[in-house]
Write a protein that binds this ligand. Sequence first.
Ligand SMILES: Cc1ncc(COP(=O)(O)O)c(C=O)c1O
Length: 453
Amino acid sequence: MSSTILERYQKVFEKDRELAQHAVQIFPDGVTHDSRHAEPFPIYIERADGSKKWGIGGKEFIDYWAGHGALLLGHNVPEIVEAVTKQMGHGTHYGACHPLELEWGSLVKELIPSAERVRFVSSGTEATLMAIRLARTYTGKNKILKFAGHFHGWHDSVILGANPPFEAPIPGIPKGVIDTTLICPPNDIDGVEKCLQTDSDIACIILEPTGSSFGLIPTNGEFLKQLREITHDYGVVLIFDEVISGFRVAPGGAQGYYQVTPDLTTLAKILAGGLPGGAVVGKKDIINLISIKEEEETQRGKKMPHPGTFNANPLSASAGIAMLNIVKTGVPHEQVNHTAAVLRKGLNEVIDQHGLDWAVYGEFSGLKFFIGHGVHELLAADFNPDEWDYRKLKGGSDSELVGSLRSGLLLNGIDISGGGGMAMAAHTEEDVKQTIAAFDQTIEWMKADGLLE
Ligand SMILES: Cc1ncc(COP(=O)(O)O)c(C=O)c1O
């Protein structure tokens, strides 16, 4: 009898298991990020280049994690490697202003339509934290309105409602924060209007302008336009969280693509070219609430403190400048969007050949897996996420199948999360072919394991 996916995994990734056994003595679950938790244990990567990563046993993987979305082009982009290597020799932290932050900030201002002013931070979580506090300071109001499933990092106000079950309280978050966080169903403009009509204490609306988790629950340009109008009418700050979509869907982010300009925008990931970094950009009047000089002049008592050891650190600035100079051309966006579209089509053909109730969907460079949705008559090629309840799209996949698919794909040389992944410009036609073949092979194995009919 041939071995199961689990047996193969234990054998092929034997060395990874040894590291994982050590890791649980150091880290909870042996991992350093919730989404790296894997059963029976995660694999370990030692090196990456272009579209590929190599494990500790030397096994090669085609990478669709794309650095959690921080990599648009691929690993070790020569321009970025050169810039960062040079900067290492010049120092990594001056504790001072430096010319690179100017160049970096100018590029952000040039590319992102809402960016009248820029402030660098160190991560996407810091960026949304800062944007929300700025909105509260600006309006003098307390509450935020966010959408179920939309992810904005892990600080108190925004982690609520990010994951299913969306209404559940999260341990450690004070009641006061829960009471000031309103969670609306995604894409429901009437629901938003009702909140704004009945509650005059709402400071801001924050959303991912390409929908929850980069389109897992998609949204659309029409909804963004409606939000722009309604927030304007009610004097509420509109925040686009473009930590993923910024520089990814277009050089000007989702706001450039949909031509809807928010009051504030949060950026990270691609912004810093694969190194840590983030930014809040937006209306001068709002961002300038951190200005010491303006406070001295106006005495309005609204100065918002904003320190941060690694704000605009020179290493991230050097990588970010190299990255944004490539983003500016618009060339990578066409490439990644095309690769993702070819992959979605090819993977859905495999799904339909096997007659499974699965689908791969997404927009731009996104690949979203919907595994085991329970409607067998539906063709994956015709799957339209807009026709599905958002609770099905986020958290609706069969977790046993997802785990087995992920393990099988790793064995077949593909590293992609159970929820899907992102295309990078480094992905080749050969990578795409190999990925589709690996998907087919994994489904065969899952059938042999009795997981699928
Ligand atoms: C849309 C969005 N906002 C915020 C964050 C948080 O960013 P970070 O992980 O850099 O704190 C993420 C991270 O994935 C994100 O996707």
